[in-house]
Unconditional design. Structure first.
Length: 254
């Protein structure tokens, strides 16, 4: 018998909304991470539980597609479940709805790595997790495999360098820049480019290397007339690609 999905409700917080009283795009990533973490804890596979076996979860890729965003008076319901393995990736899907009206806001898919926290080398999650009955779920797959693959930079030169310094407030449990802030840096670049407040309706982020406390990222990107964008962040300390982001945005009108 397959397991039911994990469901959790989040009243939309005042400090997570933009000028139109709807949830900010990048804030959504905090809610998704928390839902995934809470479910992993319930399954006995949470951060602290894996740390006992010298392993740690790290988000490698995530993609969202939103038709709308909840407003301040709404309650965001996240339904999430694991959706299998592919080499080094463990996949997880999300459906986002209103707990008040039942309206579906959008969907998301994610790919996770299990890393040794000492050397940050990935190990196969299937080796440790495939035999566990709590990983057996049935549900719709939104983004997985090729639909959550590598991002190819555009042929045009990326422009408008925007530097971001990683302060202590941005560091997470794994001692590096929290994943949600890469989405925030992407939104910051789009805001600089448009000189406006923006919301990302579609976004995929590939996390290519970790960013530590006090390191600096330089973000460059491109944005076309339809709202399609590509943003790349390079770690100025190591010279490595830290992340790539691709999606569709629009200017917030309020």
């Amino acid at each position: 018998m397959k397991n039911p999905p994990f469901v959790i409700d989040y009243p939309v917080r005042l400090n997570d909304i933009s000028v139109d009283a709807k949830l900010r795009s990048w804030s959504l990533f905090d809610y998704l991470q928390n839902a995934a973490g809470r479910h992993a804890d319930q399954l006995g596979l949470g951060l602290k539980q894996l740390r006992k076996t010298d392993l740690s979860w790290v988000l490698s890729r995530i993609r969202i597609k939103m038709d709308d965003f909840p407003d301040y008076e709404d309650v965001l319901r996240i339904t999430t479940y694991p959706s299998g393995f592919d080499r080094l990736f463990a996949y997880r899907q999300f459906e986002l709805t209103s707990a008040v009206t039942g309206k579906r806001f959008g969907v998301a898919g994610s790919a996770w790595l299990t890393l040794n926290p000492e050397n940050f080398r990935p190990v196969s999650p299937a080796k440790y997790l495939s035999g566990l009955s709590q990983w057996e779920y049935e549900g719709e797959v939104f983004f997985q495999g090729d639909s959550l693959g590598k991002l190819v930079p555009p042929e045009t030169e990326l422009e408008l360098p925007l530097q971001q310094r990683v302060s202590s407030a941005l560091i997470d449990y794994n001692r590096h820049l929290n994943n949600a802030f890469y989405a925030m840096f992407t939104e910051d670049w789009l805001g600089e480019k448009t000189q406006s407040l923006v919301r990302m309706h579609e976004l995929q982020i590939n996390f290519n290397s970790s960013t530590a406390f006090r390191e600096q990222l330089c973000c460059r990107g491109m944005l076309d007339g339809s709202g399609s964008f590509f943003v790349s962040g390079v770690n100025l300390n190591s010279g490595k690609s830290a992340f790539q982001a691709q999606g569709v945005c629009e200017i917030i009108k309020a």
